[in-house]
Design a binder for this molecule. Structure first.
Ligand SMILES: [Zn+2]
Length: 138
C-alpha cells in the first residue's frame, strides 16, 4: 500500500515541480558565484534547457529525479505504489523526450550536461559539482 491516500498523493505529486525547483536555484547561484553567466528557460533550443551558457555553447538540464526517472538506486526516483503503471509510463515518456531533446541539441552543435537533483542536494557536494562542470567547460 501507498503510505498516502489518493488525495494526499496527488497533493504530494503536485509539489514536485519541474521548473524553478530549489536544487536548480542552488546550482544557478553556485554557478553565478563562480563567474558563470547563463540564460534560463532558453526557448530557442529543444526542451527549453534550464540553464544555457552561450559562451560555452553548453546547456544544462537540471532533472528532478522522480519526473525524469533517475537510475534505480536513487532514493528520490521511486515509482509510487499506487497507479504504478500510470507513473511508469509517464516517466518512460519523459525519458524518451529528454533523450530526443538531447540528440537534437547535440546535432545543433551544443554540448549537453545533465545534472540530477540528488547530485545537487547531497550535502557539501555543490562545490565539487561546480568544479566538475567547470572542468567540462574548459
Ligand atoms: Zn537522483
Amino acid at each position: 500500500m501507498d503510505i498516502w491516500d489518493k488525495k494526499k498523493r496527488s497533493e504530494v505529486m503536485s509539489k514536485i515541480r519541474s521548473k524553478n525547483t530549489k536544487p536548480e536555484i542552488l546550482l544557478r547561484k553556485a554557478l553565478f558565484a563562480k563567474g558563470f553567466r547563463y540564460r534560463i528557460n532558453y526557448k530557442n533550443l529543444p526542451g527549453k534547457p534550464d540553464i544555457v551558457l552561450p559562451k560555452y555553447k553548453t546547456v544544462i538540464f537540471v532533472h528532478g529525479c522522480f519526473w525524469h526517472g533517475h537510475d534505480i538506486g536513487c532514493i528520490d526516483s521511486h515509482i509510487p505504489k499506487t497507479n504504478t503503471q500510470y507513473w511508469t509510463e509517464k516517466i518512460i515518456r519523459n525519458k524518451e523526450r529528454d533523450k530526443n531533446n538531447m540528440i537534437q541539441i547535440l546535432s545543433m552543435g551544443w554540448n549537453v550536461l545533465t545534472i540530477w537533483d540528488c547530485e545537487i542536494q547531497q550535502k557539501g557536494n555543490i562545490d565539487l559539482l561546480i568544479q566538475k562542470i567547470a572542468n567540462l567547460l574548459h
